[in-house]
Design a protein around this ligand. Sequence first.
Ligand SMILES: [Zn+2]
Length: 61
Amino acid sequence: MLTTQETTCIVCEELKEEGIHIFSNFICVECEQKMVSTETDDVQYQYFIHQLKHISLSYSE
Ligand SMILES: [Zn+2]
């Protein structure tokens, strides 16, 4: 039996069970797939980059 643990996604800031961990941060599968499929000139992509910068900032502390 799999145990599931909900973690707060740093992009959508919702509690999700499935996703990837980058350093000590968590991105849910939905946001991860959005990031992969988002064009670089998309406004949402800029938001993702902003959130990822937040990751590296918190990681360096
Ligand atoms: Zn998410």
